[in-house]
Design a protein around this ligand. Structure first.
Ligand SMILES: Cc1cc2nc3c(=O)[nH]c(=O)nc-3n(C[C@H](O)[C@H](O)[C@H](O)COP(=O)(O)OP(=O)(O)OC[C@H]3O[C@@H](n4cnc5c(N)ncnc54)[C@H](O)[C@@H]3O)c2cc1C
Length: 91
């Protein structure tokens, strides 16, 4: 029997968006040791916009571990109500 896959498999993830980073953390949590993330953007800084975190995403962030949820929660504001307004042609 060879060495465990998690210690030998080399994984390439293309894109450091939410999907890529969550995949990398999930794989690391499973014990995979060689994970490279390739990102075309030169800067992943803040864009000055807010992001709404749905309950299913907050559960995923919590499950990822590594203090991800705690860091997000520190800067988060709990939404008490939502009002969506728009113009619907024909209504
Ligand atoms: C205006 C706007 C507002 C939104 N608001 C919310 C919100 O409030 N809450 C919410 O949950 N979702 C929101 N979304 C949706 C959310 O942004 C997406 O669902 C999420 O970013 C998708 O993640 P992803 O990792 O799949 O893709 P992306 O975030 O698009 O990440 C893909 C990454 O891959 C990189 N990439 C692409 N091609 C290559 C390549 N060839 N080589 C290397 N790197 C590459 C890109 O530069 C990018 O960084 C919003 C989306 C938009 C457009």
């Amino acid at each position: 029997m060879g060495p465990p896959l998690a210690s030998t498999l080399r994984i390439a993830i293309v894109g450091a968006g939410m999907g890529g980073l969550a995949t990398a953390l999930s794989l690391a949590k499973q014990g995979f040791q060689h994970i490279a993330i390739y990102e075309t953007a030169s800067d992943l800084g803040f864009v000055g916009a807010g992001i709404q975190i749905a309950p299913n995403l907050s559960r995923i962030l919590r499950a990822l571990g590594y203090g991800v949820w705690e860091r997000v929660k520190k800067d988060a504001v709990e939404m008490k109500a939502v009002s969506i307004r728009g113009v619907c042609p024909g209504i």
